[in-house]
Ligand binder design. Structure first.
Ligand code: ZN
Length: 161
């Protein structure tokens, strides 16, 4: 894998994009726009995995963000429509909770995609990694928690009206 060299890809729904996997930075740019997601998450998640394999996982993760973009947009729409009705809470707080739940959900989707692409290697690499902190566990527990809590909280607003 060539560092900092953009890969040209096309999503299943036809959107052309570029993926860059550098030593410290990686991103996916679709139609000239970078897709917003915290790359820090992936760096920590892939701690302890050898560089070549880590870059491959990162590439799939970035591609996963692109391929699951329609799902992420549907999630954002659902959060937006239900969150609007939660008039009992300041809009800034709703926006923060909604954004966190949305980004966490998208991280999960991208990592599920990575898991699917890596197949059996996924579990093997993580077993071998031995990071200082159980990053995998923190990631899955943290992201699922944020997604579920934020989404359920916003959906719960429906009952208030
Ligand atoms: Zn990500």
């Amino acid at each position: 894998m060539i560092e900092d060299q953009p890969f040209k890809v096309r999503s299943w729904y036809g959107l052309p994009a570029e993926i860059v996997v550098g030593r410290t930075w990686h991103w996916v740019r679709a139609a000239g726009l970078p897709l917003p997601h915290p790359g820090l998450v992936d760096i920590h998640l892939h701690q302890g995995i050898p560089r070549r394999e880590r870059e491959q996982l990162t590439y799939w993760h970035e591609l996963g963000h692109l391929e699951t973009l329609p799902l992420a947009l549907l999630h954002a729409l659902a959060l937006w429509l239900t969150g609007r009705r939660r008039a009992d809470t300041p809009w800034t707080l709703r926006l923060i909770i909604g954004t966190l739940a949305w980004l966490a959900g998208w991280e999960l989707a991208a990592e599920f995609y990575t898991m699917g692409r890596a197949g059996q290697d996924y579990a093997r690499l993580y077993r071998k990694a031995h990071p200082r902190l159980p990053m995998g566990l923190l990631f899955w527990a943290g992201m699922s928690g944020l997604t579920a809590a934020g989404t359920l909280w916003l959906l719960g607003g429906r009952r208030d009206k």
